[in-house]
Write a protein that binds this ligand. Structure first.
Ligand code: ATP
Ligand code: MG
Length: 561
């Protein structure tokens, strides 16, 4: 599975419908939209919707297709400017740009005019029942609803009341505006749904200009129609709302007739996706902010080092269907690894440093090792890494009493330095108190670099290393899954009860000197360890910080170091 080229543009039932609509002349061009509510940060589920909506517009450039970013900010109580900014940044980072930027709150006057029109046509009325009365009167799936005593009131009366609602003459919740559709409909959404309510809340865009706000199901089709959206793509839970969507479109005076099509939302194992739950994790300090690399937020996975191209590949490969299911997070990790394996330059870093002294190397002697920037792309060249008479190696690349198949360093053994010479064990020192090995002394077999192992020597492994003098200190943040079970949402005690206490390990080790020049967000493969990225926020050349993005193999993706 390589990167998406022109030859493998995704196909699915939505793209088929759209292509048909173009082929038979129903539409000359296609306009889609991505309509987030600015009440949280975007997550990978949103990325699926973004790739679908913006992707379709990109693929159909030949007919001038477009995709708008629209903030669905008709609900005043929850929205914040911080979210608006992060959403714009995330969409752009994912590799897309919008043709038009809209705020659903810019259309407040239009929703109001349409409501007045509905009242005049006898298709909406002001209802003075309490919420409780309305709920009881709605009936249920087996029983028809009971019409409200206000359902038959004259249009002029509703009109006057609606104006007074808007003027702020009534308390919150005192009355509502309802669409007059069908109190006996088997579809509960059509039993005279509320389309306006009184709510005194400050709005981030319109301030205190309004004290009545439209309901989502009423406002959304109007927003789509105003922008000339041809295909309004949403997730499956809105399937039952489509008749209401169509009712609004057919009964209001609108400039276009958008078509709603539903697709299955993305659910991923080992995570939670709803913004409400993500907000809880952030608010309660279970993670460090919305961009914590353990979260499935776009800004979190970005900081974790997941490249946006890998996320686009993931979305293309999971495809668009009508069936709700659970996608294994390994699939996402596979795409990340697949991309990074091709793109990431190779470097050396030591997570758990153990000092090695090369006894036969002089104090001022410099040995230069030649290493490939990338094993498959020779055009990416070689890099030179120097070392002197001291090195750092991983603690577990040395064993005092190694088992039979252990080919790294130990008493009587030889091992090759990546890109360099073979070194031969001489002696080691142990801390008397802890019993830990503190130092290994070796002899460097000079002249063996790049050469076959000399006769009489057994050397079957090459280990990574960092020069003792030139190497720099670095912090490594080793991330693991945030939850210990596949479906945290399904846990009876709540998802917080299955948080993984081992989801973050911070350790301090050594990096080859060139790595301290890494720019934030630059990614590398640390040889034999995994893929790492220089942290977007905290990495500096004076205090390098690298996040582990993903292990080299599926089995090594756990925090085992
Ligand atoms: P959440 O439940 O996480 O709060 P939401 O659906 O309320 O999500 P919105 O901001 O209203 O979030 O969503 C914007 C768009 O993203 C909608 O069109 C919605 O259908 C889509 N979307 C949200 N979550 C997913 C998901 N998990 N998979 C695919 N699309 C999604
Ligand atoms: Mg929502």
């Amino acid at each position: 599975m390589g990167e998406l080229g022109k030859e493998n543009i995704p196909t699915d039932f939505i793209r088929e419908i759209i292509n048909e609509d173009l082929a038979n002349g129903k539409h000359q061009t296609i306009i889609t939209r991505f309509p987030p509510e600015p009440n949280g940060y975007l997550h990978i589920g949103h990325a699926k919707s973004i790739c679908l909506n913006f992707g379709i517009a990109q693929e159909l450039k030949r007919v001038g297709a477009r995709c708008n970013l629209r903030f669905d900010d008709t609900n005043p109580s929850k929205e914040e400017v911080e979210y608006v900014e992060s959403i714009m940044e995330d969409v752009q980072w994912l590799g897309f740009s919008w043709d038009e930027l809209h705020f659903a709150s810019d259309y407040f006057a239009f929703y109001y005019e349409c409501a007045v029109d509905l009242i005049c046509k006898g298709l909406a009325y002001v209802d003075e029942q309490t919420l409780e009365e309305m709920r009881t009167a709605r009936g249920n799936v087996t029983t028809a609803g009971t019409p409200s005593p206000w359902r038959g009131r004259p249009a002029e009366e509703s009109l006057a009341l609606f104006e007074r609602m808007k003027a702020g003459e009534f308390a919150d919740g005192r009355m509502v505006l309802r669409a007059k559709i069908d109190m006996a409909s088997p579809n509960m959404n059509l039993r005279d749904p509320v389309i306006y309510r009184i709510m005194r809340a400050h709005h981030h865009n319109t301030g205190d200009a309004w004290c009545i706000y439209p309901m989502y199901d009423y406002a959304h089709p109007l927003e789509d129609a105003l922008e000339g959206i041809t295909h309004s793509l949403c997730t499956l839970e809105f399937e039952n709302h489509r008749p209401l969507y169509d009712w609004v479109i057919n009964n209001c005076h609108v400039p276009a007739k958008p078509r709603q099509i539903e697709f299955a939302r993305l659910n991923l194992t080992y995570t939670v996706m709803s913004k409400r739950k993500l907000l809880q994790l952030v608010r309660d300090g279970h993670v460090n902010g919305w961009d914590d690399p353990r979260l499935p937020t776009v800004s979190g996975i970005r900081r974790r080092g997941y490249p946006s191209a890998a996320i686009r590949n993931f979305c293309a490969h999971i495809g668009i269907t009508k069936f709700n299911g659970m996608t294994r997070v390994e699939l996402l990790e596979y795409e990340v690894r697949d991309f990074l394996n091709r793109e990431a330059g190779r470097r050396m870093a030591v997570m758990t440093p153990l000092k090695v002294i090369l006894e036969n190397v002089h104090d001022d002697e410099v040995l230069t090792c030649e290493l490939q920037e990338h094993p498959e792309f020779t055009d990416r060249g070689m890099r030179m890494v120097e070392h002197g008479n001291s090195l750092w190696i991983e603690k577990d690349d040395f064993m005092v009493d190694p088992p039979k198949k252990y080919f790294r360093l130990g008493p009587g053994k030889c091992v090759r330095l990546r890109g360099g010479n073979i070194m031969k064990y001489l002696s080691h020192e142990v801390d008397q108190q802890t019993g830990e090995v503190t130092l290994v002394k070796c002899e460097l077999l000079k002249g063996t670099a790049g050469m076959p192992t000399p006769e009489g020597i057994v050397c079957k492994a090459a280990i990574h290393w960092v020069d003792g003098k030139r190497g720099k200190d670095a912090e490594f943040r080793l991330y693991d899954r945030l939850f210990t079970v596949e479906e945290p949402d399904a846990v009876e005690e709540g998802f917080v009860s299955v948080l993984n206490p081992e989801s973050l390990h911070v350790i301090h080790g050594k990096i080859e000197p060139a790595l301290s020049d890494a720019k934030p967000e630059e990614f590398y493969q640390f040889e034999r360890i995994g893929y790492f990225v220089a942290d977007r926020k905290d990495h500096t050349d004076r205090k390098p910080v690298f996040n582990r993005t993903v292990g080299l193999k599926e089995s090594s993706s756990k925090a085992s170091i």
